[in-house]
Design a protein around this ligand. Structure first.
Ligand SMILES: [Mn+2]
Length: 327
């Protein structure tokens, strides 16, 4: 079935005259890498594709080949000629529906993803929960359609796989990730560039906030979950944007001796973005219970203003309620 859908998507894309791609609302290496890879392919066939993103490209991803094809302009959805929309790495059906609302002739909607919480909202759904990254699903698209990825396509796909596996170290790492990565390196994918841009580009001020968060690490007894938090004041004092301190949960997961980990970030005053990692629990259930989404071992949600206070007591209360979902 997987192979059949890959060939079907290829038919749809090569027959389309005006495709538009959409990245998940929370842009990351996987949503960008997987969408740009396919955009490269179509551009090579003479069909340039706008890749819609909800906010400006974060600094670490600006090196990606083809990044100039991204746009934050919602007017791309006003074009009546658009005949296919492909969504990457996005389990949020409401986000996609909202964007497509103004379209008078709804185009074919293709949903390519690997999130366990994806509700299969597309006309065509290629949702592979076992895939380590949407980029690995797109790599399989190239394999099934007997297309050899170019160097640039390979670099984009490696970015997605490296991002979602935290460079082959977290629970998503397995045969699929390693096989795809080695094939992409053979195609000329520049893995050292990817690692340098995504992981070795932390500013000293961002690391100082991480330091602050490290000093607040707390074990929630009796569950054994570990949590920490970054406040809006931490961010404000440093002058950093909230996405510049991202990645702490992935880093901590590598080094903390705990089965479950919560990293809580006060993105806007009172609004908490919660990242959960676990080696034993299906934390997508927790994320879902709080209106978020994700994977079994890595998930998250946003607690709106007024739900929890971003201090030790408030975060302890949040963890208490979250762990109760798993009972
Ligand atoms: Mn992903």
């Amino acid at each position: 079935m997987e192979a059949f859908i890959h060939r079907h998507i290829h038919d749809l894309l090569t027959n389309a005259t005006r495709p538009v791609f959409i990245c998940d609302e929370r842009i990351d290496g996987d949503s960008l890498g997987s969408s740009l890879a396919l955009a490269h392919y179509l551009k090579g066939r003479g069909v340039p594709v706008p890749v819609f993103i909800s906010e400006a490209v974060p600094e670490p991803y600006r090196f990606l080949p083809g990044i100039e094809q991204t746009t934050t302009d919602v007017d791309v959805f006003q074009d009546p000629a658009v005949d296919i929309v492909v969504v990457f790495d996005c389990s949020d059906a409401d986000f996609v529906r909202g964007l497509m609302e103004p379209m008078s002739h709804p185009p074919t909607l293709v949903n390519i993803d690997h999130h366990a919480t994806n509700p299969r909202y597309g006309d065509v759904n290629q949702v592979i929960v076992e895939a380590p990254a949407t980029a690995q699903v797109v790599h399989q698209f190239f394999v099934e359609n007997q297309i050899v990825p170019s160097r640039d396509i390979a670099t984009c796909l490696l970015t997605g796989i490296c991002f979602d596996t935290t460079v082959f170290s977290n629970a998503a790492t397995g045969e699929r990730a390693l096989n795809a990565a080695s094939e992409l390196m053979i195609c000329g994918g520049r893995i050292q560039d990817v690692i340098r841009h995504i992981y070795q580009s932390r500013s000293v001020s961002a690391l100082r906030i991480w330091g602050e968060a490290l000093s607040r690490l707390t074990t929630h007894t009796p569950s054994g979950a570990v949590f920490t938090f970054m406040t809006h004041d931490d961010l404000k004092q440093s002058g950093l944007g909230s996405d510049e301190v991202d990645g702490l949960s992935n880093f901590l997961q590598l080094v903390v001796d705990a089965h479950t980990l919560f990293v809580i970030k006060e993105r806007e005053k009172g609004e908490l973005k919660v990242s959960i990692r676990s080696s034993v629990h299906d934390v997508s259930r927790v994320a879902k219970a709080f209106g978020g989404g994700g994977h079994h071992k890595a998930a998250g949600f946003v607690a709106p203003n007024g739900t929890f206070v971003c201090d030790e007591a408030g975060c302890r209360e949040l963890v208490e309620k979250a762990m109760a979902v798993l009972k």
